[in-house]
Design a protein around this ligand. Structure first.
Ligand SMILES: O=P(O)(O)OC[C@H]1O[C@H](O[C@H]2O[C@H](CO)[C@@H](O)[C@H](O)[C@H]2O)[C@H](O)[C@@H](O)[C@@H]1O
Length: 335
């Protein structure tokens, strides 16, 4: 059995500790405001502590697997997964962030055992195209576009759940407008790229020279500041321009739990795996419930609300395979 740690311990705010190991992570420390929704705030990165001491506070979900399953044994686990950096490794070109066949198989197996949703910053259509699984539910645009299963709602509520839930639908014309303005703003910055995620626009700067990062950020920031109907969040070498509605991945998690029929269940344990700042909103919801499994994917120490950690996508794969295997062995034992 791995590290034993009570949730009250795990919920203690972790002191920010940084030790950049790769360019994602270096960038990830820029503007880290230790907040949720990856809000953009220009703050200096704090001082470094080691991965070993960080992992003591955010124990590996693989090392603590036995205590996780012990807690989950008589409860209903509901699985939520982020996409980029969690199911697929971070790559230079966002259009090439493919998921491996092994990962697809693992997610399929997990989804056979537990209700499983993918909550991504990508558009719902795009993430579905990457994942290609029919037994998972998809929430795109950071949860602003959710297709919950019609079969999961009570028959009397069916009408309410037909089609996708899109709380920012009214913003679509404005999103098209700001997209044109953004295109204009970044046109002369070599390597800068826009990605249309339907209810939000990503401004990528992974392929922009470091000397131009600040210019790009400032330009996008001032454009958004002049549009009160929009706000800016930040991910890994990406700025995300989104409608200024109060809706994030945490709300999407709650919405899915609700539409999946778990809102009144006392024995539900949501499990969320994600690597980025916008995933903190989902971790926060689980932390607020005081039970469940918020798991951050990171190979470096970072400030997070998550209780558990996994180093990278290969550990996510190992964890998902183990989770499905555990559930199957439990089920066959009781047959
Ligand atoms: O919520 P997620 O599914 O994690 O989406 C967040 C952003 O992910 C993608 O960008 C990130 O991954 C790209 C591919 O590895 C990488 O090139 C980029 O630098 C990362 O920020 C996606 O392209 C964005 O639109 C999402 O906002």
């Amino acid at each position: 059995m791995g590290l034993q740690m009570s949730h009250s311990n795990m919920q203690k705010k972790v002191k920010p500790c940084y030790g950049p190991l790769n360019d994602d992570d270096v960038d990830d420390h820029d503007n880290n405001d230790n907040g949720t929704s990856g809000s953009l705030a220009l703050i200096n990165p704090p001082v470094v502590a080691s991965y070993d001491s960080w992992v003591m506070q955010h124990p590996s979900a693989l090392d603590t697997f036995d205590s996780i399953t012990k807690e989950a044994k008589w409860k209903k686990v509901v699985v939520f997964l982020d996409y980029d950096g969690t199911l697929s490794p971070i790559v230079e070109d966002p259009d090439k962030a493919f998921m491996s066949a092994e990962m697809r198989m693992a997610v399929r197996e997990v989804a056979k055992c537990f209700p499983t949703s993918i909550i991504s910053g990508r558009s719902r259509e795009k993430v579905k195209e990457f994942v290609q699984l029919s037994n998972v539910y998809y929430a795109g645009s950071h949860g602003m576009d959710i297709l919950a299963p019609p079969r999961a709602v009570k028959s009397s509520d069916k009408k309410a759940n037909e089609g996708a839930f899109q709380p920012a639908k009214l913003y679509l014309p404005a999103i098209q407008e700001i997209s044109v303005e953004l295109e204009d703003t970044i046109r002369d910055i070599q390597g800068a790229m826009l990605e249309d995620n339907k209810f939000c626009i990503s401004v990528h700067y992974r392929q922009v020279q470091p000397k131009d990062h600040e210019v790009l950020k400032q330009r996008v920031k001032s454009l958004v500041e002049n549009r009160p109907d929009f706000r800016l969040t930040e991910g890994k070498m990406v700025l995300e321009v989104r409608p200024s509605i109060e809706w994030n991945k945490g709300d999407a998690l709650n919405y899915l739990l609700d539409t999946l029929g778990f809102s009144n269940s006392k024995d539900v344990l949501p499990l969320y795996i994600g690597d980025d700042r916008t995933d903190e909103d989902a971790f926060k919801v689980i932390a607020g419930r005081h039970e469940g499994f918020p798991i951050i994917v990171s190979s470096i120490p970072k400030d997070t609300i998550a209780w558990y950690s996994l180093r990278d996508t290969s550990e996510v794969l190992a964890f998902l395979l183990r989770l499905a295997k555990w559930k199957k062995s439990e089920t066959s034992f009781f047959k």
